[in-house]
Unconditional design. Structure first.
Length: 471
């Protein structure tokens, strides 16, 4: 029976097409404790301190609790001197190579670098030309989705979030793998490469189907070009054709490289490692990582930055006036402007202190395209926000720690220049980060080889059981 033939009067099917929990929730004395009386540890800094609990797996000085060893990457933002954290220039090292040099060499040679970085992450070594060509060909050969998958997949794309669509789509691919629970190295590589090939098209299909349905037309997804890089493939499916420039593709390639890997401790990568430590299948681990990356405290932050930039452009009359821009940033911090959260999005980072190397690279390569597209004034405003925000935050909050721009300050602006719809900002981040997730998953399975199982101290009180009739 097809979806259109389902009898909506069937006793197992509700008549509603969506679920509105607030509308259907019963409000009565009998349900009050159900919703209001959850047993939880209240936020009490002294309680956490007395039990020596590292809230958020963070030490008292803000550094992360060491949870493992890795040869994949190093995120450096400070150094230790006599037991104290000392701010330092940010540096991202991948398999021994500085990310700035990896990006710079690819750009100087006018070639795409993301696939080279994929090979480096999966093998720990830079590829020879023949190895790079073979890797690109392997990814290209996997871009088309199985026909049976396509027959099912578009029916599941109706969602408020394409990230949720991606997670479901990855889990669905499990059913089309003949040996989905195989965790041998060759199969893990095959799954990783296939996801790198397919996720851009899956995200684009979800976006295009939704837009086409809204506009009353059929979605058009072009057939993949086997000679295209990952960046070109993404732009091809977004533009529904080949109407993009080489400079645009090269800038997107930079973004993919910067998002490919950022240490084992970031939330989505750690989520992937936690699931992988149980020896579950690759699809489950990557779907969990996608779910984590969706969060506004993680990969979803770039949309907030774009909304803040739009708000500043609307309310600041003279974008080139330091005093006016700083005054509006102060209003944002004082919860008098923008979303009332009191945050300047795109500023500050959990590890980086003096600088985020990814933000520096974004700024460098975005300037050229901004000038080409007549967006130099908007770009200058973002640079001004980056320069003024730290002092404004010190003035308002009294903070003494260094504050630098993070990559999110520039990513939304860059994606906007490339014509990437806002609902695809984080999915593209997920596509790029799949390479890093794969590297960490395999390191967890074959290296650490032990299920992750931290402990929680119990602070509950003992209770005597009261029979139901006496409560």
């Amino acid at each position: 029976m097809s979806m259109t033939e389902i009898n909506l009067r069937h006793p197992l099917i509700a008549e509603r097409t969506t679920i509105d929990f607030a509308e259907t929730r019963e409000v009565s004395p009998a349900t009050k404790r159900l919703y209001d009386g959850a047993v939880m540890v209240p936020y009490d800094e002294e309680l956490f301190r007395s039990h020596d609990v590292k809230r958020g797996l963070r030490n008292a000085d803000g550094s992360g609790v060491v949870a493992g060893l890795t040869r994949i990457s190093d995120v450096h933002g400070y150094r230790r001197e006599n037991g104290t954290l000392v701010p330092d220039e940010g540096k991202l090292t991948i398999c021994g190579y500085n990310i700035e040099k990896l990006v710079a060499h690819a750009q100087q040679e006018q070639r795409f670098g993301y696939e080279e970085l994929v090979f480096l992450l999966l093998t720990g070594e830079l590829p020879r030309q023949d190895e790079l060509d073979a890797t690109c060909a392997r990814i290209a050969s996997q871009r088309l989705l199985p026909m049976d998958y396509i027959n099912e997949f578009p029916l599941t794309t109706k969602s408020k979030s394409i990230m949720n669509v991606l997670a479901r789509a990855v889990l669905m691919l499990y059913a089309f793998d003949e040996t989905p629970d195989d965790i041998s190295a060759p199969h893990e590589i095959d799954v990783a490469l296939s996801l790198l090939a397919r996720l851009p098209r899956i995200a684009a299909i979800a976006h295009s189907v939704r837009n086409a349905e809204f506009e009353g037309r059929r979605a058009h997804i072009p057939r993949p070009n086997p000679s295209y890089s990952m960046a070109e493939t993404i732009l091809q499916v977004l533009r529904e054709g080949d109407n993009f420039t080489h400079d645009e593709a090269m800038l997107l390639d930079v973004m993919l490289m910067l998002h490919a890997e950022h240490g084992g401790g970031n939330n989505s990568t750690f989520a992937c490692r936690v699931l992988s430590s149980s020896a579950t299948d690759a699809y489950s681990a990557y779907a969990a990582a996608i779910g984590s990356l969706k969060g506004p405290r993680h990969g979803g932050a770039n949309s907030k930055v774009m909304a803040m930039h739009a708000d500043i452009r609307e309310h600041v009359r003279r974008w080139d006036d330091d005093g006016e821009v700083a005054g509006y940033l102060m209003k944002i911090l004082n919860r008098e402007a923008f979303d009332g959260a009191g945050l300047i999005y795109g500023m500050g980072h959990a590890v980086y202190t003096l600088s985020d190397p990814r933000a520096k690279i974004c700024r460098q390569y975005a300037r050229k395209l901004a000038e080409q597209k007549g967006l130099g004034e908007e770009f200058a405003l973002i640079e001004r926000i980056e320069r003024l925000a730290p002092q404004v935050m010190r003035d308002v909050r009294g903070t003494t720690k260094p504050i630098c721009a993070n990559i999110d300050l520039y990513t939304g602006f860059i994606y906007n220049m490339l014509g990437v719809p806002e609902d695809l900002y984080t999915p593209i981040f997920a596509v790029a980060r799949t390479a890093g997730w794969a590297a960490h998953r395999m390191e967890e399975i074959y290296g650490a080889n032990r299920i992750i199982r931290p402990a929680y101290n119990s602070v509950m009180e003992q209770a005597g059981y009261v029979p139901l009739a006496e409560r």
